[in-house]
Design a protein around this ligand. Structure first.
Ligand code: AMP
Length: 610
């Protein structure tokens, strides 16, 4: 049994953990100095690449070549991250649908940077076990889309790790608390770190986890608490000492560090004193927990709205939530714990170190996969619907949003033009009715179909989403057996706000979309009928009296005129009228065809008996 480690690849810090065979408990692996958190920071220096604590120290001195928060860029395109870039001091440029980070005259991709962090954790684990480590479970936020998950897998591969499973962070946190042992229950995982906030609602049933809903804010966390304290300190220094330090980068750095340290102390104490020696004066200030709470209350409350939304999206009431799990360093703040407790009317789980809980859960999942715990499965859901563009640009959804994965779905399609030998398949993701309003994931082609009349080929499209949320699309023409497949590795991802926007728009545009869809469908139906009637007139027109033929031609013209407009009711009625006008012709043709078939059968029998 080869060892699998669990890795929390975080925005700010990363950790690696394993399950101790003797105790059966998960444990984080420290580095040589006994530190468990590896800052997710990579600095490219002339002497080589530096990672972790050493790189973090270079953040201030070498901002252009020291990369942090790279998780925000994973699997994303330039359009997705444009707004992030003002927060990042290094240069990010678009490149073939993804982004690259410019370090001097060198370019690196986000997965390459993450791979440097992962390799460092791999080496840490190897030093601990004194054996090579080649397999890992890596966690990602529940809202990560498939390209972000794919980019995370790529990072693992670059680091020499086989990523055997990508697990959602809230699922991992629940595992760390052993909540998979619940017979049934609803879990809220509240995760507030340094820079991001995530709330996830999960359901667990007989050891099976399902993400019901997620929400959050990608720019809200402990850093904002620090900033609120710094603003307050700047004001205080101005009135006490008559200097404004807001434009002095070095002083601001000092203030930020002192503010964070005071905030951390105030989680355990009621009162603390800040002392900052500046060149001209030493600034000293006492701050109470109540004062801190006054400064950060609005920020803490800003997390409650997304919680309520996630609860509503999950289709549960706050009282249905059985367990609350706290994740992330900022959940040590007492005010926050009180607010979370009030919201859910439940004491949250906080026994485990909130910085370690995701990595510990990843280790539990790794242990399950390695065969240490059997009879357990982990399930997640698709964040957005997946479908195929069909005639007229309508989306036919194969896998609806929030479907539990792994999953597969199958649907039959056909051609719209006679003799069509190639079908273009367009895979889209989103909640809108028309493909142009959804996100294009991939295009692929099914060719070599035998020429047949429109509507005859039977094209079976299968979507398969694996446990990591990666989509495989396949198309097969059943009459000829011609098949083609594609693994959807989108070149760029959706920003969380884009996902949110797409979901919101789907509600806002729902009515207009349905109307547009119905019109297109009605036109498609009209086109099919027109094609069939034209063919019938060519092949069997002579079988009916001339007046009947004329009546059919008239009905045909009427439908063509209706089809050119956008009055759906009229198109529908004239289609029905044309169908009625051809009923007799269809019967006559069917009879003729039957007679011909019987005739040839008789001929075949005669030949056989010969
Ligand atoms: P994470 O991203 O989960 O590592 O969380 C980091 C954030 O947690 C930073 O903003 C820290 O300042 C904050 N943090 C860590 N420990 C404490 C504490 N005891 N009280 C308040 N905030 C803390």
């Amino acid at each position: 049994m080869s060892r699998i480690v669990g890795i929390d690849l975080g925005t700010t810090n990363s950790l690696v953990a394993y399950v101790d065979e003797k105790t059966g408990l998960p444990r984080v692996i420290p580095d040589q100095e006994g530190r468990v958190l590896l800052p997710s920071v990579v600095s490219f220096t002339t002497e080589g690449v530096v990672v972790g604590e050493a790189a973090k120290r270079l953040l201030v001195r070498r901002p252009a070549t020291t990369v942090y928060s790279v998780k925000r860029l994973m699997g994303r395109g330039y359009e997705d991250v444009k707004e992030e870039l003002c927060y990042l001091p290094f240069k990010v440029a678009p490149c073939d649908g993804i982004v690259k980070i410019q370090i001097g005259d060198r370019e690196v991709t986000p997965p390459e940077v993450s791979a440097i962090v992962l390799r460092s954790l791999k080496e840490r684990a190897e030093a601990h076990f004194r054996e090579p480590i080649e397999k890992a479970v890596i966690t990602v936020p529940a809202y990560f889309n498939d390209s972000q998950r794919q980019a995370t897998k790529d990072a693992g591969r670059i680091a020499g790790l086989d990523v055997v499973r990508i697990v959602n962070e809230p699922t991992a946190a629940s595992l760390a608390y052993g909540l998979h042992r619940l017979k049934e229950g609803v879990i809220a995982v509240y995760d507030l770190g340094g820079g991001t906030f995530d709330i996830s609602i999960l359901r667990v049933k007989d050891g099976v986890f399902e993400v019901l809903a997620t929400n959050g804010n990608t720019h809200l966390g402990g850093d904002d608490f620090d900033r609120a304290i710094v603003v307050w300190l700047l004001d205080d220094i101005l009135s006490e000492h008559g200097v404004y330090l807001g434009r002095d980068t070095e002083a601001m750095q000092e203030l930020r560090l002192a503010a964070e340290a005071a905030k951390v102390r105030l989680s355990a104490e009621d009162r603390t004193t800040l002392t900052i020696p500046f060149e001209e004066f030493t600034y000293r200030r006492a701050i109470t927990r109540a004062e801190l709470e006054g400064l950060i209350e609005k920020l803490v409350d800003a997390t409650l709205g997304p919680c309520r939304m996630a609860i509503a999206d999950a289709g549960v009431a706050p009282s249905d939530i059985d367990e609350v799990v706290l994740v992330g360093g900022s959940t040590r703040v007492p005010l926050l714990r009180r607010r979370v407790q009030e919201l859910f009317a439940k004491t949250p789980h906080s026994q485990l170190n909130p910085d370690e809980v995701v990595a510990l859960g990843a280790a539990v999942q790794a242990h399950i996969l390695a065969g240490g715990i059997t009879s357990m499965l982990l399930l997640d859901v698709t964040p957005l619907s997946l479908g195929i563009e069909t005639l007229g640009g309508i989306v036919s959804v194969l896998i609806p949003r929030n479907t539990t994965i792994p999953t597969s779905a199958r649907e039959m399609f056909t051609t719209s033009v006679d003799g069509q030998t190639i079908v273009d398949l367009h895979v889209v993701q989103g909640e809108r009715e028309l493909a142009k309003d959804c996100r294009s994931l991939a295009r692929f082609e099914l060719s070599g179909i035998d020429p047949m009349p429109a509507g005859m080929p039977k094209i079976e499209v299968t979507f398969l989403i694996d446990a990591n949320g990666i989509l495989q699309a396949q198309a097969k023409e059943l009459r000829t057996g011609k098949a083609t497949a594609i693994e959807v590795k989108p070149t760029y991802g959706l920003s969380e706000t884009e996902v949110e926007r797409m979901v919101e728009e789907s509600f806002a545009y729902a009515e207009a979309d349905v109307e547009a869809r119905l019109l297109i469908e009605t036109r498609n139906e009209a086109d099919t009928v027109i094609t069939h009637v034209e063919r019938a007139l060519r092949q069997g027109g002579e079988l009916v009296p001339v007046e009947e033929r004329e009546a059919i031609r008239e009905a045909l013209e009427e439908l063509r005129r209706a089809r050119a407009g956008d009055d759906r009711g009229r198109i529908r009625d004239t289609t029905a009228a044309l169908n009625r006008a051809t009923e007799h012709l269809a019967d006559v043709m069917m009879d003729a065809a039957l007679k011909a078939a019987l005739g040839s059968k008789r001929a075949a029998e005669i030949m056989e008996s010969d």
